[in-house]
Design a protein around this ligand. Structure first.
Ligand SMILES: Nc1ncnc2c1ncn2[C@@H]1O[C@H](COP(=O)(O)OP(=O)(O)OP(=O)(O)O)[C@@H](O)[C@H]1O
Ligand code: SF4
Ligand SMILES: [Mg+2]
Length: 360
C-alpha cells in the first residue's frame, strides 16, 4: 500500500478524529429540474432527479452513494456543494468550533462563502477540473490566497506540504497539468481540495477515469489521508465493490430515491432490497461455481420524468407482486440502522456479496 509521508501529519491539528457527531444531515432533499419547450419556454414536465432523500454523515466517516447512471448521485453532491439550489429539503451542516449548525439549502451565497472551505469536491475527470494555464503551485495556492488564509513563506510551506501529502514532489510544483498522468492529476485535485482544511470531501467517481492499477493507488491515498485527518467523505460511485473498500455506511439510490441505506457489513452479508441484490450479483466473484450467475436487470432504469406507478423498480424486479404495481413502498427501518424501501423486504431471503464471494 502506498503510504502518505509521516512528516506532514503535524499540520492537521485542526481535524477532529472520527466521532459520533453528525457533520452533515440531509433531510427530505429534492431537486426537480423543469423541462421547458417551445418559443415561450413553457414548462412541460419535471425531471425528479432527487426526490426525497435523507441521510447523515458523521465526522470522519465515509458514506458511499451508489446507483446506476442517472439515479441522481451527482445532483445530491452538487446540492451539498451549493452548486444547485434544492427544490425542497434541508442540508444541515455542523461547522467546526462549535458554531450552530447551518441549513445549506436555505442560506444565500454570502452566508455560504465562509462555509464553502469546509466542503470540497473531487471530480471524475481531473484534467477538466484543473486550469491548464496554471502551474501546480498556482493551483494549490489559489484557494489559500482567495480565502486570505496564508501568504508569503507560510503559503509556500503549505503548498509544499500539500504536494508531499499526495505523494508528489516539490519539483512538480512548477509544471502544468498536461505534464502529468491521469493518476497524478487526480493527486493534484485531491491536494487542492485539501488546501483549506475541509471537513467533508464529496468525491464524485474520483477513480472511474483511471486505469485499474492507478485506481487502487488513489483509493489507498484517500484512505490514508482520511485515517490521519479524520476527514469525512461522501464517496459517489456506481461500483459497489469499490464503495465497500471505503464506506462505513452505504446509500443505494434508484431513480432519485433511496431504496436501501445500511452499515456496510450487514448490507453485504444480507441485502434487503432486490436492486441491491442484483448489483451485488454483478460484482466479480472469486467463486468459480458462481461465475456468470449474474442477475441481469431487464430494461433501463425508470425515467425520472415519468416513473412507473407503485414501486419504481417493479418493471425490473423478479420478486414483484400485485401490491408492487399499485403502491410505492416507504423507506422503513427493518433492523437498527438498516432502512429499506420494499414491500417484501421482511419475507425475502436475498443473497449478498458475502455468500457470493465478491472479489472486493
Ligand atoms: N441540469 C439538469 N437539467 C435537467 N435534468 C438534469 C440536469 N442535471 C441532471 N439532470 C437529470 O437528472 C437525473 C440525475 O442526474 P445525475 O447526473 O445526478 O445522475 P448520476 O447518478 O450522477 O449519473 P451518472 O452515474 O451517469 O453520473 C438524470 O436523469 C439527468 O438527466
Ligand atoms: S416493492 Fe416489489 S417491485 Fe419493489 S423491489 Fe420490492 S418486491 Fe420488487
Ligand atoms: Mg454523476
Amino acid at each position: 500500500m502506498w503510504r502518505v509521508p509521516e512528516s506532514v501529519y503535524h499540520i492537521e491539528d485542526l481535524y477532529s478524529v472520527t466521532s459520533s457527531h453528525n457533520l452533515l444531515e440531509v433531510n427530505d432533499l429534492k431537486k426537480h429540474f423543469p423541462i421547458h419547450k417551445g418559443m415561450f419556454k413553457k414548462t412541460v414536465g419535471l425531471v425528479k432527479a432527487v426526490d426525497g432523500v435523507s441521510f447523515s454523515i458523521k465526522e470522519g466517516e465515509t458514506l458511499g452513494l451508489v446507483g446506476e447512471s442517472g439515479c441522481g448521485k451527482t445532483t445530491v453532491g452538487r446540492m451539498i456543494m451549493g452548486a444547485y439550489r434544492p427544490t425542497a429539503g434541508h442540508i444541515w451542516f455542523q461547522p467546526p468550533n462549535g458554531s450552530p449548525k447551518v441549513d445549506l439549502a436555505s442560506i444565500d451565497s454570502a452566508a455560504m462563502k465562509p462555509l464553502r472551505r469546509y466542503i470540497q469536491m473531487v471530480f471524475q475527470d481531473p484534467f477538466a477540473s484543473l486550469n491548464p494555464r496554471m502551474t501546480v503551485r498556482e493551483i494549490l495556492a489559489e484557494p489559500l490566497i482567495v480565502n486570505k488564509i496564508l501568504r508569503g513563506s507560510e503559503l509556500e510551506d503549505r503548498v509544499r506540504q500539500l504536494i508531499d501529502l499526495v505523494g508528489l514532489r516539490v519539483s512538480h510544483l512548477s509544471r502544468y497539468p498536461h505534464a502529468f498522468s491521469g493518476g497524478q492529476r487526480q493527486r493534484i485535485s485531491i491536494a487542492r481540495a485539501l488546501a483549506l482544511y475541509p471537513k467533508l470531501l464529496v468525491a464524485d467517481e474520483p477513480t472511474s477515469a483511471l486505469d485499474v492499477s492507478v485506481q487502487a493507488q488513489i483509493v489507498n491515498l484517500a484512505l490514508e489521508i482520511q485515517n490521519r485527518m479524520g476527514l469525512a467523505y461522501l464517496f459517489i460511485s456506481h461500483d459497489l465493490g469499490l464503495v465497500r473498500h471505503f464506506s462505513q455506511r452505504i446509500v443505494l439510490m434508484y431513480v432519485g430515491r433511496i431504496v436501501e441505506y445500511a452499515p456496510a457489513d450487514p448490507l453485504f452479508a444480507r441485502p434487503r432490497h432486490p436492486y441491491t441484490e442484483a448489483l451485488m450479483s454483478n460484482v466479480p466473484t472469486t467463486r468459480r461455481d458462481l461465475q456468470g450467475k449474474k442477475i441481469i436487470l431487464k430494461g433501463d432504469p425508470a425515467d425520472p420524468m415519468n416513473p412507473p406507478p407503485g414501486c419504481p423498480f417493479h418493471p425490473r424486479c423478479q420478486y414483484a407482486e400485485d401490491l408492487c404495481f399499485l403502491k410505492e413502498p416507504s423507506l422503513v427501518e427493518i433492523e437498527p440502522g438498516h432502512l429499506v424501501a420494499c414491500h417484501r423486504a421482511a419475507g425475502l431471503n436475498l443473497t449478498g456479496c458475502d455468500a457470493l464471494g465478491c472479489a472486493i
